[in-house]
Design a binder for this molecule. Structure first.
Ligand SMILES: [Zn+2]
Length: 246
């Protein structure tokens, strides 16, 4: 965001933008300050992936007050960051749970560039600097195929198909359904157990017929999902761990 002054933050009402990135002494992650007109008080949380500490300011609070809250809670923030699971980089030797099946990255710089599946091993050639790129491209392809397959099954049951399927990497949502019939999904779902991806697809497809999250919606989502509860509970409890990959 381009905003740099406190004035800008004061005029951004009703949204969470613009945000400011700051550094606080003793805190290992950048601080992002956002304003939200609906917030009743200053709140503080560590982003699920551990990339940032987020402070939300209500309408009239001063930027300085938000920073102060983060400063006085630096010890708590450090504990939260320490408690996060270790990062899982896409490098040689890393094991990845791809839809519940462990795959190990095996990098051979001398081999042809790109990813080759060899049982549970993902063989990858080409220079070091390209490994992560190739692995994330492979994961995205895998995610797209799994999502398309789940959508195909559920479309028969629902009697309706989305117009378009998109893959994203948003932190706020695992999936979304637009008014124009586009369904969007986080590619990171491919790193969750298969019933999680299935649940998110069922959830967004149910929104093609029912808006909101009332009883009718949950009935339909339950009909479409292989296992509604397991997927939902897993995402609530462990969803943030998916941001530790890559
Ligand atoms: Zn929903």
């Amino acid at each position: 965001m381009g905003a740099t002054g406190g004035d800008c933050l004061h005029t951004a009402i009703g949204s969470v933008i613009p945000s400011q990135r700051l550094r606080i002494e003793g805190v290992a992650a950048p601080l992002i300050v956002r304003r939200n007109a609906r917030a009743k008080r200053i709140s503080l949380r560590v982003d699920g992936g551990g990339e940032a500490v987020i402070v939300v300011l209500p309408h009239r609070a001063r930027l300085q007050d938000g920073i102060e809250v983060a400063r006085t809670n630096a010890g708590w923030i450090a504990k939260q960051l320490e408690a996060l699971p270790a990062r899982v980089p896409f490098v040689d030797g890393t094991a990845l749970p791809v839809l519940g099946r462990m795959r190990t990255i095996c990098h051979d710089p001398g081999a042809r560039a790109g990813v080759r599946e060899d049982g549970d091993v993902l063989r990858i050639g080409g220079p070091d600097g390209r490994v992560a790129l190739h692995i994330s491209a492979w994961l995205k392809r895998h995610a797209r195929a799994a999502i398309a397959e789940a959508i195909g099954r559920k479309a028969v049951q629902l009697g309706r198909s989305p117009r378009r399927i998109m893959l994203r990497d948003t932190r706020s949502r695992w999936g979304s359904c637009s008014a124009t019939g586009t369904l969007s999904f986080s590619w990171r779902l491919v790193l969750a157990p298969p019933e999680v991806l299935d649940y998110v697809v069922a959830h967004e497809m149910a929104h093609m017929l029912v808006h909101g999250h009332g009883p009718d919606f949950w009935r339909l989502a339950g009909d479409l999902a292989d296992d509604l509860t397991t997927g939902r509970v897993w995402l609530k409890k462990h969803g943030y761990t998916l941001f530790r990959y890559g």
